[in-house]
Design a binder for this molecule. Structure first.
Ligand code: ATP
Ligand code: MG
Length: 311
């Protein structure tokens, strides 16, 4: 459905996108994940045809997205990172403007606007000025604006930034509805929980390059140890050498801080019983056991050596 091939873009000396390629199948949702400045918005802008790449091309259904009047562009809807709304106009008038941009008018426009407002749950606020909307409502209207021409590919550039949890959930529900209608979604975010919830596949971008392109399960398989077992020992000082736990099958590494023992395991079911038995028979009683599943943050850290959030 969508192919980004060798996209490059430099701003002066700064190379923002340095050869990004990926494909998205019809009906698939991919997450474009990366820290601030990774080149996500620049990539999405090139896919939407708003920014001409220095090199590479974008294909939709095998046809290149180029030029201002290219009909291929109509297959794409963009929900921009920066809100593109007129605060002093009612929601309805904003959507009428967007419809006009796509040459949709009359009954066709009314129908499209009504359906979009219905989807994002803003029908009863249609006549109110955008200035009276909450941040979350503005984000939802921003999404509605991108849907009017019924695009088959929807590019969402951090659509939940500055949004309260309730609106965030509403936006997620909207996106799940669109997904179930067979839309192809490219979801840009630096929130790993969002990508984990919504996306079939994740493309991780860092410094303008793709560092991984895989399903969640596939990404997790790349981790040296995917699960962390946390054990609160009754008396940590009695365990003088936690690295001795590496003798237990499936244990990758172990660390003791105070009474808290952390053990990294390739597989929780295979490894945990042995660890607990080793502690019990070795005279190290414990009073609490828990585990942490791997997440994209761990994947990102492993792939780039840096944290996703604060890099
Ligand atoms: N119009 C521009 N002029 C100059 N430099 C730019 C411009 N737009 C982006 N950049 C730079 O290009 C790099 C990539 O920016 P981009 O906005 O694509 O990143 P991003 O991954 O979307 O980041 P964020 O998570 O903050 O939105 C950054 O270093 C940014 O400063
Ligand atoms: Mg951005």
């Amino acid at each position: 459905m969508l192919q980004a091939q060798g996209l490059k873009k430099a701003y002066g000396k700064l190379v923002a996108v340095d050869g990004i390629s990926f494909e998205v199948n019809k009906g698939e949702t991919i997450g474009l994940l990366g820290p601030n400045g990774a080149g996500k918005t620049t990539t999405v802008s090139m896919i939407a045809g708003l920014l001409a790449p220095d090199a590479g091309q974008v294909l939709i259904d095998g046809k290149p997205v180029t030029g201002d009047t290219n009909p291929v562009k109509r297959k794409i809807g963009l929900v921009p990172q920066d809100l593109a709304l007129y605060d002093e106009l009612p929601a309805l008038a904003n959507l009428e403007l967007f419809a006009a941009l796509y040459d949709i008018s009359g009954a066709k426009a009314s129908k499209a606007i009504d359906a979009a407002l219905e989807l994002v749950g803003l029908r009863d606020r249609a006549k109110d000025k955008v200035a009276t909307f909450s941040g979350g409502m503005k984000r939802r209207l921003n999404l509605a604006a991108a849907l009017l021409h019924d695009p088959s590919v929807l590019l969402l550039d951090e659509p939940t930034v500055g949004v309260d949890p309730q609106s965030r959930n509403a936006i997620f529900d909207n996106l799940e509805t669109l997904k179930s209608r067979g839309k192809t979604l490219v979801y840009t975010t630096h929130y790993m929980e969002e990508a984990e919830r919504l996306c079939d596949r994740i493309v991780i971008v860092d410094h303008g390059r793709v560092v991984a392109n895989d399903t969640l399960a596939g990404l997790y398989r790349r981790l040296p140890a995917t699960n962390k077992l946390l054990i609160d020992l009754v008396d940590g000082s009695k365990l003088s050498d936690p690295s001795a736990l590496k003798a237990v099958p499936g244990v990758q590494s172990a660390e003791l801080i105070g009474n808290r023992l952390s053990v990294w395991l390739k597989d929780l079911s295979d490894g945990a019983p042995g660890v607990l038995a080793w502690l019990a028979t070795g005279g190290h009683p414990f009073d609490h056991v828990s585990s942490e599943a791997p997440n994209l943050e761990t994947v990102f850290l492993t792939l780039t050596g840096r944290s996703l959030r604060d890099s």
